[in-house]
Design a protein around this ligand. Structure first.
Ligand code: HEM
Length: 80
């Protein structure tokens, strides 16, 4: 799986600079303004509640995934 779809490509997301996919034109100014890199801790917080972690984000994600589900998602993201 690679390429941008509704959201940006997540290849190499752990450790990647936030909002740094140059081929993805639709980042919100909120996400662009966040700064820093995606650590596992930040990804976990973002998935817990995207708009609480980054008010104004365009990622329209229910944000009610359980801790167990977030661990599984993080395990998967590490492989990208
Ligand atoms: C397990 C599922 C998902 C994961 C792990 C995930 C993860 C992420 C991450 C880490 C970013 C930031 C990327 C970056 O900084 O380059 C992002 C952005 C985004 N995602 Fe997701 N996402 C998921 C599901 C979804 C879904 C279901 C949608 C829409 C239907 C979506 C739409 C977006 C959009 C539009 C952005 C850009 C947000 C902005 O610029 O504010 N994502 N996603």
């Amino acid at each position: 799986m690679s390429g941008n779809r509704i959201g940006p490509d997540l290849l190499g997301i752990v450790g990647r600079q936030v909002a740094s996919v140059t081929s993805y034109p639709d980042y919100s100014s909120s996400l662009r303004g966040l700064g820093g890199t995606w650590t596992e801790e930040r990804l976990n917080e973002f998935l817990k509640a995207p708009s609480a972690f980054c008010p104004g984000t365009r990622m329209d994600f229910p944000g009610d995934v359980s801790a167990t589900e977030r661990r599984a998602i993080l395990s998967y993201l590490r492989t990208l």
